[in-house]
Design a protein around this ligand. Structure first.
Ligand code: TTP
Ligand code: MG
Length: 423
């Protein structure tokens, strides 16, 4: 029906919420994406997710229609109380930096094979791309797009298979530099981290001139500097690639910045939340502030509190120390893995990687979580919490193996057909 077609379009359509993807011919690109993906498993799964979101929106609109003037008034009063409280917690004294490498996997491959620099290229496979360089982005080619669609958008696209050991080695080098500036920096993924520069900047004031020549972060120009983590993350995306953005630490600068900010740019507001908010006429953070009473009646407390923090430009100013870290993970995507022995040996490998990462940060953990995505793109996580903390590959594997075996049994006599595993 027309309805499903439109539903398809909004979900499958080019997601250009990524640096280097401004001003593309969306209609042309969407037509190709649509024609190429129709009937694929990827398409079917996106369609299903789209329908679920549409149902959620329908339910929300029904709920909205029931809201009375009086309820809204009461909610408004509560919203104002919470806003005042949050305002009191505003801290503008920290200098938080968010670093996110430009086209990370692609940049590493271009470093090792300079001919690729002037060509559109992506890292991944015909079934899925991990990322693309900025030339490829001009064609609408991006991360999380199947390679076969990307090839239709850009027939000259070079697809390089991923080499995770290499990306991890580069990441280690970068992290050593981070540690010079903030020994407690928080890594988020191989190419991304939060740092608190406040103490470093203070120390710098007394540096002799010569020290600045040895300043190793100078080549890292992809920084976002702001008074808190939420804002720093948005800032680091602003002048990509190869640029940085500094948001001054005044309430006025923060509020101006947030007013104009599209909700989708905020970390934690993804495709689904964006669509639900759009259905309520909310696209920028200034709308978010205007509709807060309504939002408090339609969303969970956690959600609307988060929305309110965002609309006030508030975020965390405290980067948790390593010891307080809640979790650490690693995962791998592949085309299909259905043999039990292969699944177990991959699981073992992931446990080894994880144990190695944990050792580096001197971490232990009590909960082991196994994440699986099957060939229909359905994601499952299975977890087990122990009485004691584990850290070695053997200890983690002992638990992860059981979780995996349970899933294999659940599926039998059919094989478990996986395309992603993580823990
Ligand atoms: P990102 O920082 O999101 O992307 P990027 O560094 O490639 O590009 P940008 O310049 O926009 O920051 O992710 C970092 C790496 O993580 C990326 O190089 C590859 C990997 N990745 C995936 O494997 N799958 C994904 O869907 C995404 C978004 C990233
Ligand atoms: Mg990046």
């Amino acid at each position: 029906s027309d309805n499903t077609k439109e539903g398809f379009l909004s979900r499958m359509a080019l997601n250009d919420n990524k640096a280097g993807m401004e001003g593309l011919d969306r209609d042309k690109i969407n037509k190709i994406i649509m024609e190429t993906s129709k009937g694929s498993r990827f398409y079917e799964n996106e369609l299903k997710k789209e329908q679920q979101v549409n149902q959620r929106i329908e339910k929300m609109m029904l709920q909205k229609a029931q809201i009375t003037e009086q309820q809204l008034k009461k909610a408004q009063a509560q919203v104002e109380r919470v806003a005042l409280e949050l305002e009191r917690s505003r801290d503008l004294t920290r200098v938080i930096v968010h670093v996110d490498m430009d086209a990370f996997y692609a940049a590493v491959e271009m470093r090792d094979c300079p001919e690729l620099k002037d060509k559109p290229m992506a890292v991944g496979s015909m079934s899925m791309l991990s990322t693309s360089n900025y030339h490829a982005r001009k064609f609408g080619v991006r991360a999380a797009m199947p390679g076969f669609i990307a090839k239709k958008l850009c027939p000259n696209l070079v697809i390089v298979p991923p080499n995770f050991d290499k990306y991890r080695a580069v990441s280690d080098e970068i992290r050593e530099i981070f540690a010079d500036y903030d020994p407690h920096f928080q890594p988020v993924s191989l190419d991304e981290a939060y740092l608190d520069f406040t103490d470093h900047l203070e120390k710098r004031q007394s540096w002799p001139e010569i020290m600045f020549y040895y300043d190793s972060i100078a080549p890292f120009t992809l920084l976002g500097i702001a008074p808190n983590m939420m804002l720093a993350k948005v800032c680091s995306d602003k002048n990509k690639p190869n640029g940085q953005y500094v948001l001054p630490s005044t309430r006025e600068a923060v509020m101006d910045f947030v007013q104009a900010l599209p909700v989708r740019k905020v970390s934690g507001i993804g495709k689904v939340s964006e669509k639900m908010l759009n259905a309520l006429g909310i696209s920028s953070c200034s709308h978010l502030a205007q509709q807060m009473a309504l939002l408090s009646l339609l969303f969970s407390e956690t959600s609307w509190h988060h929305f309110m923090q965002v609309s006030l430009g508030l975020g965390s100013t405290y980067i948790p120390r390593h010891e307080e870290r809640k979790s650490m993970s690693t995962e791998r995507t592949f085309k299909e893995l259905s043999k039990v022995e292969e699944q177990l040996s991959l699981c073992r490998e992931l446990c080894e990687d994880l144990a190695e990462d944990m050792k580096k940060e001197d971490l232990k953990g009590k909960t082991v979580t196994l994440k699986l995505k099957n060939v229909n793109f359905e994601v499952k996580t299975r977890a087990l919490t122990l009485q004691y903390a584990v850290a070695t590959a053997d200890e983690i594997f002992a638990v992860a193996k059981d979780l995996l075996k349970m899933e294999i049994e659940n599926e039998s006599p059919q094989p478990l057909r996986l395309r992603l595993m993580g823990n």
